[in-house]
Design a protein around this ligand. Structure first.
Ligand SMILES: Cc1cc2nc3c(=O)[nH]c(=O)nc-3n(C[C@H](O)[C@H](O)[C@H](O)COP(=O)(O)O)c2cc1C
Length: 232
């Protein structure tokens, strides 16, 4: 489940994510903490990470939610969660994502922030595989009524009313290491795991044994067809 290194990892192309995020203040802290040389090397020699590869596209397509961070005119950062069926965050091409923003609490903090500063950070979690993808992008908001071409292309959360299309033009992405990501599963994900199959087989066995005990208590012997029925 480890993300592959992108082409260009060994060339002189800069690691775009750190070029954008390692500001002078960030570099100062890195110097104070002794990590500047390693981070300088990352910036100079790391994968460019400015184009989605197959691994990233597949990862994005499987997500049923993500966090989006924006910055308002007051300078305060803001984070919201967006959820929907897997694929609702659509991979449009190697550099673009899109999703339908739906009616919520009608505060419009994310939309308003993006109007004054179109830059956003996305945080995509895969808890079962302990992976997370960070994406920086410039957004474009299109009112739903002006985006008829998107109507059939974007998946919506259940019972949701779309208000706008949010396009995210990729600036850079980066993967985090799995450390400290707790493993957790949604109910649907849990159903696909061996643990769930094991629980199902244990439940069936408990049911069969209960039926056998009940039958013994009443002196009835379970045989043939009844035995099969009792074990299902
Ligand atoms: C009826 C309703 C009430 C909501 N109340 C809240 C709330 O109190 N706090 C919150 O963070 N999100 C709440 N949400 C979810 C947000 O409305 C939703 O995430 C929305 O997209 C936020 O948009 P914004 O980030 O542009 O402000 C609510 C959603 C609905 C449908």
């Amino acid at each position: 489940m480890r993300p592959p290194l992108q082409e260009g990892a060994s060339t002189t192309l800069a690691h775009k994510f750190s070029s954008l995020t390692f500001t002078d203040s960030v570099k100062d802290v890195q110097r104070e903490m002794g990590s500047r040389p390693a981070n300088e090397k990352l910036t100079e020699r790391g994968s460019p990470n400015d184009t989605f590869g197959e691994f990233e596209k597949d990862f994005v397509s499987r997500r049923d939610g993500f966090y989006i961070s924006t910055v308002g005119e007051t300078g305060w950062p803001y984070i919201q969660f967006r959820g929907g069926p897997p694929g609702f965050l659509k991979v449009v091409d190697d550099h673009t994502l899109a999703y339908a923003d739906v009616t919520g609490n009608r505060q419009y903090i994310s939309s308003g922030n993006l109007r004054s500063n179109p830059r956003a950070a996305l945080f995509l979690m895969d808890y079962p595989h302990q992976a997370r993808l960070k994406i920086l992008g410039t957004t474009e908001l299109i009112p739903w009524k002006d985006a008829p071409a998107w109507k059939d292309q974007l998946l919506l959360p259940e019972r949701a009313r779309p208000e706008r299309v949010v396009l995210i033009h990729l600036a850079a992405f980066d993967w985090n290491c799995p450390q400290h990501i707790p493993q957790r599963w949604t109910v649907d994900e849990l159903k696909q795991t061996p643990i769930f199959k094991h629980i199902e087989s244990l439940e069936a066995e408990v049911k069969r044994l209960r039926n056998e005990l009940a039958a013994r208590a009443t002196g009835t012997e379970i045989t043939g067809k009844d035995k099969i029925a009792a074990s299902t």
